[in-house]
Unconditional design. Structure first.
Length: 279
C-alpha cells in the first residue's frame, strides 16, 4: 500500500465477496457450499486486467440484516483465496474483516491491507492490527459504522451528521495511534450505507472534501449500493452507471481509493477525469 504515497492517481479497489449472501455478488464463488478458489482467481485476474489497483476479499456479509458467521467459517472462506491470489497476482490484497484471528491469518498469507468496517472495535482487533502493521508493514482502513449490520439502520440518527461521523472516526483513529499503529499506515472510510440513510449518504458525499481535514487517505465504497436503487429505481445488477457516477463524484471530492464491483467502467471514467485535469 505504499503506492498511496507515490501514485497521484485515484486507486481502484476491486471487490471480491466470497460469501453466500452479500447484497451484490453473494454466492457467485460458491460451489457445493464451499468457495471455488479457481473461480475467484479467474475473476480477480480479470479485475486486474481491467485496471484494479487493489483487490478486497471479504468472507462475512455486512449487508443490513446479514447473519453472523464463526471465525472458522470466515477463515475457511478467506485464507485459501488470499493465499492463492498472492501466488498468482502481483497486486496489493486487502482483507475485509473485523475478526482479529482472520486479520492475522490473512496477513500471514499475503494481505497487505486490513479493511475493517468496525474500525478495530471488536475485542482483540486493535492488538492484532498493531501486530500486523509492526511485523508485516501492512496498512489499516478504519470505517465509520454504528452498531452492527443487523442493527445499524436503527442508529442513523445524527444532530450534525458530518461533524459526528468525523468525531467518531477520530476516536477510532486515536485508539489506533495509541496502540502504536503509525499515522502513515491509516486510511479512513466514512462508511456510506452503514448507519446512514440515502439522504445522509448524499450529504456526506456532498461534503466529502471536509474529511480530508482528518489528514488520512480516503477510501469510499458506493458501488451498487441501495441509495442508487432508491434514487434511480434500478435493480442491483443495473447500477453500473450510478456506481461509476458516484465514484467520479467521490474522487472529485478527494477520495484516494474507490471500492467498486465494475472495474473496467470505473477505470474508463477515471482515465477521462485524469486526462481532463492534465490537459
Amino acid at each position: 500500500m505504499g503506492r498511496l504515497a507515490t501514485d497521484p492517481r485515484p486507486l481502484i479497489m476491486g471487490t471480491l465477496n466470497v460469501t453466500p449472501d452479500s447484497f451484490s455478488d453473494g454466492g457467485r464463488f460458491f460451489l457445493s457450499g464451499t468457495v471455488d478458489v479457481d473461480e475467484v482467481v479467474a475473476a480477480a485476474t480479470q479485475m486486474v486486467e481491467e485496471g484494479a489497483d487493489i483487490l478486497d476479499i471479504g468472507g462475512e456479509s455486512t449487508r443490513p440484516g446479514a447473519a453472523s458467521i464463526t471465525t472458522e467459517q470466515e477463515l475457511e472462506r478467506v485464507v485459501p483465496v488470499i493465499e492463492a491470489l498472492a501466488r498468482h497476482l502481483d497486486v496489493p490484497l486487502s482483507v475485509d474483516s473485523s475478526d482479529p484471528v482472520v486479520m492475522t491469518e490473512a496477513v500471514g498469507v499475503g494481505a497487505t491491507l486490513i479493511n475493517d468496517v468496525r474500525a478495530l472495535a471488536r475485542p482483540g482487533a486493535l492488538v492484532a492490527a498493531a501486530a500486523a502493521v509492526r511485523d508485516h508493514d501492512v496498512s489499516v482502513c478504519l470505517m465509520h459504522m454504528r452498531g452492527e449490520p443487523g442493527t445499524m439502520s436503527d442508529r442513523a440518527q445524527y444532530t450534525d451528521l458530518v461533524a459526528e461521523v468525523m468525531d467518531e472516526l477520530l476516536a477510532r483513529i486515536h485508539q489506533a495511534l495509541q496502540m502504536g499503529i503509525p499515522a502513515s499506515r491509516l486510511i479512513v472510510d466514512p462508511g456510506f450505507g452503514f448507519a446512514k440513510t440515502t439522504t445522509q449518504n448524499l450529504q456526506i458525499l456532498k461534503h466529502l472534501s471536509d474529511f480530508k481535514s482528518l489528514g488520512f487517505p480516503l477510501l469510499v465504497g458506493l458501488s451498487r449500493k441501495r441509495m442508487i436503487g432508491e434514487i434511480t429505481g434500478r435493480a442491483v445488477s443495473e447500477r453500473v452507471a450510478g456506481s461509476v457516477a458516484l465514484a467520479l463524484l467521490a474522487v472529485e471530492r478527494g477520495a484516494r481509493i474507490v471500492r467498486v464491483h465494475d472495474v473496467a467502467a470505473t477505470r474508463d471514467v477515471l482515465r477521462l477525469f485524469s486526462a481532463m485535469n492534465d490537459a
